[in-house]
Design a protein around this ligand. Structure first.
Ligand code: SOE
Length: 400
């Protein structure tokens, strides 16, 4: 006799590009590998281009399509709105969904400005009082090695935190002829490498250490000021046939962001986010040094964590390379036998696992919009500092 399935969680997703594909995979797989209190259903997907969204629905396994996100919110057969669209749409969609009584998962960064993020947080905190919850999709937190890093810090195995060293290095914009996509248009994306991938390392640094950034000194750089415009703003890596005659449009965001930081609790940090570090494909790196130990993570080697235990016997001290595939490690016990490893997509599945578990227990999923607002304040401070000769810029209210 088949076991009774838990109640459905009917999902409506806005957007169907890279993040849409990653989230769809997560909604399809989470309950097949983890015991969840609700069973996700891929009810509807929305996109402006009917042919495109119908093809995406077919490929990604969605039950129906809409050509306007507002239709998702009007449907009474949808319980949660998953926002996988560019940052300039996050506030409008999230606020409308929460006010309509639908849970929200919103991709990072939360918004394109602090003002938008504050408005979203206020609505989310009101909705939470009625049992309607919102979460921001900082999925790297759910990479097992990064989650293990946090567990080690929380267990005191690093002692007092002194240094945080974070880099997120990509190279898909090194070529001056890489086309002008929506990620290079400030009115759509809010910022360049800073908000796109810098947001990830700000969130990861705060999540792992439990410390919040209180001030920064920053610089931003745009190496390529104009890029080919091949038709409409395309998604990641859409290389059209660019020739010398292809018209070029202005890049209005940063290629790279560098900043130093102070944390509450006295630690200091160095951050670098760039999409022009030739040869680095997705090097999301975090190293934390404490008084008893250090840990270091590189997403390009995502199944391993480097750990230096300062309490080891003196003749045995050195960085241990931990293979994070043992059942004792976060999340991995639900997948394969030890040594088989996980991938980029598993962080999104674990994100759905934690979100659906929180919703089933009627508790606030993390990161909340309040936590994501803190990241937004750091992003804004970096931009403020960079436009004022890298002057030290204090951050108020980054303490979720
Ligand atoms: C592009 O830089 C990008 O797709 C980011 O937008 C994602 O958040 C990151 O996970 C991978 O790289």
């Amino acid at each position: 006799m088949s076991q009774q399935s838990p109640p459905a969680l009917r999902v409506g997703m806005a957007g169907y590009a890279f993040m849409g594909a990653a989230h769809s995979h997560a909604w399809r797989t989470a309950h097949r590998f983890f015991d969840l209190p609700l069973t996700p259903e891929l009810t509807a997907i929305a996109g402006r281009n009917r042919a495109g969204v119908e093809q995406a629905a077919q490929r990604m396994g969605w039950g129906s399509v809409e050509t306007d996100w507002r239709a998702l919110i009007e449907r009474d057969d949808i319980d949660l709105i998953d926002i996988c669209t560019p940052g300039n749409t996050h506030a409008e969609i999230a606020i409308a969904a929460l006010e309509a009584g639908k849970h929200v998962l919103c991709e990072k960064p939360l918004a394109n400005s602090v003002a938008e993020a504050e408005a979203m947080t206020a609505v989310a905190e009101e909705a939470a009082k009625k049992g309607v919850f919102a979460m921001c999709g900082y999925s790297y937190r759910r990479t097992p090695a990064l989650a293990l890093m946090k567990r080690m810090v929380d267990d005191g195995r690093l002692g007092t935190i002194r240094h945080v060293r974070a880099q997120y290095l990509q190279d898909w914009l090194t070529d001056d002829n890489a086309p002008l996509t929506w990620r290079l248009d400030k009115s759509t994306s809010g910022s360049g490498a800073l908000g796109d991938i810098g947001a990830h390392i700000i969130d990861a640094a705060q999540y792992v250490t439990g410390l919040n950034i209180t001030g920064v000194s920053a610089l931003l750089e745009t190496f390529t000021k104009e890029r080919p415009v091949d038709g409409e703003l395309v998604g990641l890596g859409g290389h059209g046939d660019v020739t010398a005659d292809t018209p070029r449009g202005p890049v209005t965001v940063d290629d790279a962001a560098l900043f130093t930081a102070r944390f509450d609790g006295g630690a200091i940090g160095m951050f670098e986010a760039t999409r022009t570090a030739l040869g680095r494909k997705n090097a999301n790196r975090l190293e934390v040094n404490g008084t008893l130990g250090s840990v270091a993570f590189d997403f390009e080697d995502m199944n391993f964590l480097q750990f230096y235990d300062g309490t080891d016997a003196e003749d045995a001290r050195g960085f241990h390379r931990i293979m994070v595939t043992e059942p004792v490690h976060p999340y991995v016990g639900n997948w394969w036998p030890t040594g088989h490893g996980l991938g980029y997509e598993h962080g999104f599945t674990h994100q759905v696992v934690d979100l659906v578990t929180a919703l089933g227990n009627k508790t606030q999923p993390t990161p909340s919009f309040r936590e994501a607002l803190g990241v937004q304040k750091v992003l804004a401070a970096v931009e403020d500092s960079a436009t004022n000769n890298s002057q030290w810029t204090t951050i108020k209210g980054n303490n979720p």
